[in-house]
Write a protein that binds this ligand. Structure first.
Ligand SMILES: Cc1cc2nc3c(=O)[nH]c(=O)nc-3n(C[C@H](O)[C@H](O)[C@H](O)COP(=O)(O)OP(=O)(O)OC[C@H]3O[C@@H](n4cnc5c(N)ncnc54)[C@H](O)[C@@H]3O)c2cc1C
Length: 387
C-alpha cells in the first residue's frame, strides 16, 4: 500500500492535497461520523503511485524556520473594516491582487450555509470571502484551479488555515512568483456536520441565506452572530452567549489533527499570517480601535512586498510576534484535547447540539468547583500539618 491511507486520522487535516493530486480520480473526500472529511481510496482505481502521499503535508513533514516581521493594522476604509472579522487586512490584500487581474481563493458560505473554498475575480464578489467562518472549509478542486491560474501566469491570492496552505504548497511542489498565500492564526477547525445540525435545530424549516460570525456594530468586544433568513428576518445572538461558539472555544468538536498541528509558530508555509491583535492596547495603545485590529506577520519577501504595496490603505505600525502571542496562544500552540470532546461525540446523536454543549459546560463547571474545593481542603490540611 503506497497511498494516503497510510496517514492516520489523528494526522490527516483534510486539506485535500491528495484528492487534488490523484490523476486516476481514485480518492474521494468522505465525511466521517464526527462530520469531518477524510480521503478514501477506491482500490479498483488506485495504482499505488504514491503521488497522494508525496503531497501530504503531514507525510512530508518539513521543519521550517520562517522570518517574522510583524505589524498591527486596520483598513482605513471603515466599511471594509466593519465587514471584516478583525482589521480587514485580508480584504485590502485581496483588492490589491484583484487590481492586477488576479484571482482570490478563500472560504465562503454556499447556498446550504456549508463552508467551502471558492475563487473570485470580481471586486463585487469579495464580500463572499470576507468574514471569518468558524467551520472547517471544504477545499474541493481549488488546488487544481489554482495551478491552472498560475500556469496562465495569473496572480493568485490563497487564504486559508495553515494546514490548507501547507497542502497547497506541497501540491504545487514549486514556487510561483505570482502566488501569495495568507494563513490564519488558527484555534482549530470545528466540524461541518455539527454546524449543519446547529443551524437546522435553531431555524428548522426557515432557510438561512447568510450569516456573520462577527457582526461588529457594537464593537469588537460586543460581537454578535447574525443570521439572515430568506423572509428578510435578522436573528442575532451575542457571541459570549452562543453555545456553538462555546463548544468551538472549548474544542468539543475540533478536528482531531488540530490537537497535534504541525503548522504553528515559525513552521509555516505562508507568505503572511493574519489574526486578531487582542493585546493591542498593552503594546500599541495608539492603534486601539473599536472595530478590531489585525495582527499581520510577513514571512517572505513576497509577503513584505505585498504589505508595502497596500500600506497607504491601512493604519499600520510595526509590532512583534511575541506581542501578538500574549492573548493569542493559537499562534504558537495547537488546540488542547479535552475529555469533553469524546463525551460530546457520544451524546450528540441523541440530543440537540445546544443541549449537549450546555450540559457539558455545566459538568465542566461542577468539576472545576469540585477541584477548587478539593484543593482548598488539601491546602487547609497542609497548613494545619505545618503549624
Ligand atoms: C477556524 C478559525 C479559527 C481561528 N482562530 C483564530 C485564533 O485563535 N486567533 C486569531 O487571532 N485568529 C483566529 N482566526 C482568524 C480570525 O478570525 C480572522 O479571520 C482573521 O483575523 C482575519 O481577519 P481579517 O479582518 O483580516 O479578514 P477577514 O475578512 O475576516 O478574513 C477572511 C479570510 O479568512 C479566511 N477564512 C475564513 N473562514 C475560514 C475557514 N473556515 N477556513 C479557512 N479560511 C477561512 C477566508 O478565506 C478569508 O479570506 C480563526 C479563523 C478561523 C476560520
Amino acid at each position: 500500500m503506497n497511498n494516503i491511507s497510510k496517514i492516520s486520522k489523528n494526522k490527516c487535516n483534510g486539506c485535500s492535497a491528495c484528492y487534488n493530486s490523484c490523476l486516476k480520480n481514485a480518492i474521494l473526500m468522505k465525511e466521517d461520523e464526527e462530520g469531518f472529511v477524510y480521503p478514501e481510496i477506491q482500490t479498483d482505481k488506485c495504482i499505488n503511485c504514491g503521488k497522494c502521499l508525496n503531497v501530504c503535508p503531514n507525510y512530508n513533514l518539513k521543519t521550517l524556520n520562517v522570518d517574522e516581521v510583524a505589524y498591527a493594522c486596520y483598513s482605513k476604509d471603515i466599511n471594509q473594516h466593519m465587514v471584516s472579522s478583525s482589521g480587514g487586512f485580508f480584504a485590502e490584500a485581496a483588492k490589491y491582487i484583484l487590481s492586477k487581474n488576479g484571482t482570490i481563493y478563500g472560504a465562503a458560505f454556499n447556498n446550504d450555509m456549508k463552508v467551502e473554498h471558492i475563487g473570485i475575480s470580481r471586486i463585487e464578489d469579495l464580500n463572499k470571502l470576507t468574514g471569518t467562518k468558524y467551520v472547517q472549509s471544504k477545499i474541493g478542486d481549488c488546488f487544481n484551479l489554482i495551478k491552472n491560474d498560475l500556469r496562465k501566469d495569473k496572480y493568485v491570492l490563497f487564504s486559508g488555515t495553515p494546514c490548507q496552505v501547507a497542502g497547497l504548497k506541497n501540491f504545487l511542489n514549486r514556487d510561483y512568483d505570482k502566488l501569495i498565500c495568507i494563513d490564519l492564526i488558527c484555534h482549530g477547525v470545528p466540524s461541518p456536520e455539527v454546524w449543519k445540525r446547529y443551524i437546522s435545530e435553531k431555524f428548522g424549516d426557515r432557510k438561512v441565506i447568510n450569516m456573520k460570525f462577527r457582526n461588529k456594530e457594537n464593537g469588537i468586544s460586543n460581537v454578535l452572530l447574525q443570521f439572515e433568513l430568506d423572509n428578510g428576518e435578522l436573528y442575532s445572538e451575542a457571541y459570549k452567549d452562543c453555545l456553538y461558539i462555546q463548544g468551538f472555544i472549548n474544542n468539543y468538536y475540533t478536528r482531531r489533527s488540530c490537537f497535534s498541528c504541525s503548522f504553528k509558530g515559525k513552521n509555516r508555509y505562508s507568505d503572511i499570517t493574519i489574526g486578531d491583535f487582542w493585546s493591542i492596547n498593552e503594546f500599541h495603545n495608539e492603534m486601539t480601535n473599536k472595530y478590531g485590529v489585525s495582527a499581520v506577520i510577513a514571512h517572505t519577501n513576497k509577503g513584505k512586498a505585498l504589505i508595502e504595496s497596500i500600506t497607504e490603505n491601512l493604519s499600520i505600525c510595526g509590532a512583534k510576534s511575541t506581542e501578538i502571542a500574549v492573548w493569542n496562544e493559537s499562534l504558537n500552540e495547537p488546540a488542547k484535547l479535552t475529555k469533553y470532546r469524546s463525551m460530546f461525540y457520544s451524546l450528540w446523536q441523541d440530543d440537540t447540539v445546544d443541549n449537549v454543549i450546555r450540559n457539558l459546560m455545566s459538568i465542566k463547571k461542577e468539576n472545576q468547583i469540585e477541584n477548587k474545593c478539593f484543593l482548598k481542603k488539601m491546602y487547609e490540611r497542609i497548613k494545619k500539618w505545618l503549624v
